[in-house]
Design a binder for this molecule. Structure first.
Ligand code: ATP
Ligand code: MG
Length: 335
């Protein structure tokens, strides 16, 4: 029995979660889903965005699936709380082209690994004067976090049979912080002699991603740079409805579509569930259920390639569950 906490959240989070669970249920695996609450809807009724119960469930599960939440002004984001509580230090975003999907590049397959816990998102901010005309943000980089994110990237290279890890930084300007990040990267690289390692400046990578994205295999970078580059890279392929992600720690993983709660289309059952479905495939990979992860991925590829069932964002008229059912049908064909 695989214990999975599910947090549908708000808006289309609920719809895509239902679709994602239906697909998981079609596999020859046993799941114990622990449905849990978080988000703005929960806040409106209870006054906090995430209850202790949800955090406890997530900690006691092998993995957590997260739909999407609408942010509550002035309140801390539940997803940030969850990442922290689970110590999910690595944000993993696969950038993959799909046959049948119009995009800038049709043959990309690389990973962006973003450090999830520190950097410019340490949230240590202050004012330098009483008048609040000087604002200061601390960009904290530690050897410990740099080492574990580099190790995560190289381990991923080995497990996914990839050849190269590129460290992205700005050490020529941020000499101490990114100097440490880069130095630590090359220290870790010594333990992985079979994997090629290189480093590039963030500004150059912003350009290379557009001009020669095929040159990347795994990118590893600090928090803010990773946030920006992973969105840029996602723009090279399918778009929000197809982009999955994982937040991974030593003992737990939290998997979620990149998109948000999309209030503009919520409740119409026309949201694209593929990002959520692919996020659950990432979860199965994390749980070492690679066979089942591949079943889902192959089914999604076949459905997209066929171009028969598509939600409005993909140019069709299908409903959320139509697309999920098409994926389930493909899975059933495989067995
Ligand atoms: P939030 O504040 O929760 O992030 P948002 O309005 O920014 O909500 P996003 O989900 O980030 O919405 O996405 C932006 C737009 O992309 C949405 O308004 C929606 O039209 C579209 N979109 C996002 N996800 C999907 C999806 N799964 N299927 C179809 N369209 C989507
Ligand atoms: Mg958004």
């Amino acid at each position: 029995m695989i214990k999975v906490t599910t947090i549908p959240g708000d808006g289309i989070g609920k719809e895509v979660m239902e679709a994602g669970i239906a697909v998981l249920d079609a596999l020859d695996l046993n799941f114990d889903f622990i449905k849990s609450e978080a988000g703005d809807g929960y806040f409106q009724e209870n006054g906090n965005t995430i209850p202790e119960e949800t955090l406890k469930n997530a900690k006691n599960s092998q993995a957590t699936l997260f739909g999407a939440i609408t942010s509550t002004p002035g309140e801390r984001s539940p997803i940030i709380t969850l990442r922290k509580e689970l110590d999910a230090f690595a944000n993993l975003r696969p950038i993959k082209s799909f046959e049948g999907i119009n995009s800038l590049y049709n043959d990309l397959d690389f990973l962006v690994v973003r450090e999830n816990t520190e950097g410019l998102y340490s949230q240590v901010e202050s004012y330098g004067d009483k008048e609040e005309t000087i604002a200061i943000s601390e960009r904290i980089i530690t050897k410990k976090a740099s080492e574990r994110i580099a190790r995560f990237a190289f381990d991923k290279a080995i497990s996914d049979e990839r050849n190269k890890v590129t460290c992205v930084h700005k050490a020529n300007v941020l000499k101490k912080t990114d100097g440490l990040f880069k130095r630590t990267f090359y220290d870790v690289a010594k333990s992985y002699p079979k994997i090629k390692s290189e480093d590039l400046y963030i500004d150059a990578v912003a350009m290379y991603l557009i001009k020669e994205p095929r040159s990347f295999d795994i990118i590893v970078t600090t928090n803010l740079f990773g946030d920006i580059l992973s969105d840029e890279a996602a723009g090279l392929v399918g778009g929000l409805g197809l982009a999955p992600s994982g937040n991974i720690g030593d003992n737990n993983g939290l998997f979620e579509p990149v998109h948000g709660s999309a209030p503009d289309i919520a409740g119409k059952n026309i949201s694209n569930p593929i990002a959520m479905i692919l996020s659950s495939a990432m979860m199965l990979d994390f749980l070492d259920e690679n066979y089942y992860a591949n079943q889902i991925t192959t089914a999604v590829e076949n459905v997209l390639k066929a171009r028969k069932i598509a939600t409005p964002d993909l140019g069709g008229t299908a409903k959320t569950m139509d697309l999920a059912n098409a994926v389930i049908e493909e899975i059933n064909k495989q067995t």
